[in-house]
Design a protein around this ligand. Structure first.
Ligand code: 7TS
Length: 414
C-alpha cells in the first residue's frame, strides 16, 4: 500500500465491510462516499452498547439507565459543538439529516420572514434538498428564487450574487460549502461577508464539507448550518441544524409534541428551552450516541490530515483519470480547490451502464443526476458517473477504478 499522511492500513482494520468481496471474488472498492460513508466498529459498538447495556428514553426519568442515556446523548451535542466550533451547545439541534435541517429553517424561519416579492438566492450546484424547500416556500409566499451560476471551471459566479444583493429584496442566501457533484469548495467566508454587509441571512449546507475538512462556524459567520452524520462515519437518521441562539429563539417550533414544551394547557402551550424546543418526541438516541463515536474517530485522526489525505488521493485520481481516452471530468482540476468527489463521463457510455460494468470489477461508484438536476442542466448532461473518496481509500483503489474504466472503454470501443 502506498504511503499516506494517515495510517490507512490501521484505519481499514476498523472497517470490516472493506474486507468483503462482491460478485463472488472481487475485493470491494468503495468509492461512493459522497452518498454515505462506511462505519467503523467503534461507531457500531457504541450503538450496540447502548442497546445492550443502557437502552432507555432520555430527559424523562430519574432511573440510572435514563440518566446514562441522557448523558451519552447530550455528550454528543458537546462533541458536535466543539467539532464545528459553534459558540454555544444549545444552538445544536439534532434532526434526521441535512434535508430535515434545511426544511426546518424553511418551514419556521422562512415562513416567518419571507414575504411577497422577496428573493431567496441559492446556487446552480445545490443538492435538491437546498432547492425544493425554498421553491415550496417561495410558492406559498409569492417570493422568488434566484440562482448564482456556475462557470465552466465549476466555480460560483459571485458577481451574480452581488447583483441580487443590490436589489435590497434578498432575505436569504443559501449555498453548499462543497458541491456533491463538482467537488468545488465554495468561497464561503467571502460569500458570508458579502451577505452580512447587506444584513442578509445566510444558510450553509455543510453535508459535503464537514466530513472532509475543518469547519469553524465562528470564523464562517453564517446564520444557519446543516449537515448529516452518515456522510462522516456516523449512522443514518441523524443530522444537525446549527443556528444562532437569537434566531432559534425567534423561530416557531417545527414539530409539536413531547419534550419540546414547558407547560401545556388546554388552549395554551409554552416552549421548552433551546435546543429542546426543536427536538419534539423521542429522538434517535442510539444513533446520536453513535454519531459521538464517529466524531471521536475523526478527531483522533485530525481533520487537517483527513483533508490532506483527500487532496493527495484526489490529485492522483485526477491525473490518472485524465489519461483515459474519451474522459471528460467536471469541476475544478486543481485538487487543492476541491473535495474528494470526481464526476465524469466516458465517451458516450451512459453513466448507469458504466457504473454497472465497473461494479462487476468490485468498484462501487454512483451514477445519475446526484440529486442535482439544476446542475445537470447547466452542464448539459442528463447524468454523470461519480467517484468519491474517504479516509480508508488508497491510490491502489484508484488504480483499480482506472483499470475497470479502461475495460469498459474497450467494451464500448472508445
Ligand atoms: N446537501 C448536499 C450537498 C448533499 O450532498 C446531500 C446528500 C444532502 C444535502 C442531503 O443530505 P441527507 O443526509 O439529508 O440526504 N448527497 C447525496 C449524494 O451526493 N448522493 O447521495 C446523497
Amino acid at each position: 500500500m502506498q504511503a499516506s499522511v494517515i495510517n490507512i492500513e490501521k484505519i481499514r482494520k476498523d472497517f470490516p465491510i472493506l474486507e468483503r468481496k462482491v460478485h463472488k471474488d472481487k475485493p470491494l472498492v468503495y468509492l461512493d462516499n459522497a452518498a454515505t460513508t462506511q462505519k467503523p466498529v467503534q461507531v457500531i459498538e457504541a450503538i450496540s452498547n447502548y442497546y445492550l447495556n443502557y437502552n432507555s428514553n432520555i430527559h424523562r426519568a430519574v432511573h440510572e439507565l435514563a440518566e446514562e442515556a441522557t448523558a451519552a446523548y447530550e455528550l454528543t451535542r458537546d462533541k458536535v459543538a466543539k467539532f464545528i466550533n459553534a459558540p454555544r451547545r444549545e444552538e445544536i439541534v439534532f434532526v434526521r439529516g441535512t434535508t430535515e435541517a434545511i426544511n426546518l429553517v424553511a418551514y419556521t424561519w422562512g415562513r416567518q420572514n419571507v414575504g411577497k416579492d422577496d428573493i431567496i438566492v441559492t446556487t446552480e450546484y445545490e443538492h435538491h434538498s437546498n432547492i425544493v424547500p425554498w421553491q415550496l416556500l417561495a410558492k406559498e409566499k409569492g417570493a422568488r428564487i434566484e440562482y448564482v451560476g456556475v462557470d465552466d471551471g465549476g466555480q460560483l459566479m459571485l458577481e451574480q450574487l452581488d447583483r441580487y444583493l443590490e436589489t435590497g429584496r434578498v432575505k436569504l442566501v443559501t449555498f453548499s460549502q462543497m458541491s456533491n457533484v463538482l467537488g468545488t469548495i465554495s468561497d464561503s467566508e467571502e460569500i458570508v461577508r458579502r451577505c452580512k454587509a447587506r444584513g442578509v441571512r445566510v444558510l450553509v449546507d455543510g453535508a459535503q464539507s464537514v466530513p472532509h475538512m475543518k469547519v469553524d462556524l465562528q470564523r464562517l459567520g453564517c446564520d444557519f448550518f446543516a449537515f448529516s452524520a452518515h456522510k462522516m462515519l456516523g449512522p443514518t437518521g441523524v443530522g444537525v441544524l446549527w443556528a444562532r441562539r437569537d434566531l432559534l429563539e425567534g423561530m416557531v417550533p417545527f414539530n409539536g409534541g413531547g419534550d419540546m414544551i414547558r407547560e401545556v394547557h388546554k388552549y395554551e402551550t409554552t416552549w421548552n428551552d433551546l435546543p429542546y424546543k426543536f427536538e419534539a418526541g423521542t429522538p434517535n438516541i442510539a444513533d446520536v450516541i453513535g454519531f459521538g463515536a464517529a466524531i471521536d474517530y475523526l478527531e483522533a485522526i485530525g481533520m487537517d490530515r483527513v483533508r490532506e489525505h483527500e487532496v493527495e488521493i484526489t490529485r492522483y485520481a485526477l491525473e490518472k483519470l485524465s489519461e483515459i481516452k474519451g474522459m471528460k471530468i467536471y469541476g475544478p482540476m486543481d485538487a487543492g480547490k476541491r473535495g474528494g468527489v470526481i464526476s465524469f463521463n466516458l465517451g458516450d457510455i451512459h453513466p448507469h451502464d458504466l457504473a454497472t460494468i465497473i461494479d462487476e470489477d468490485g468498484v462501487a461508484i454512483r451514477s445519475g443526476h446526484h440529486c442535482a438536476q439544476v446542475l445537470m442542466e447547466r452542464l448539459d448532461v442528463s447524468a454523470t458517473s461519480r467517484a468519491s473518496f474517504y479516509i480508508y481509500n488508497t491510490k491502489d483503489e484508484v488504480d483499480v477504478l482506472v483499470r475497470a474504466l479502461n475495460r469498459a472503454r474497450e467494451l464500448f470501443r472508445i
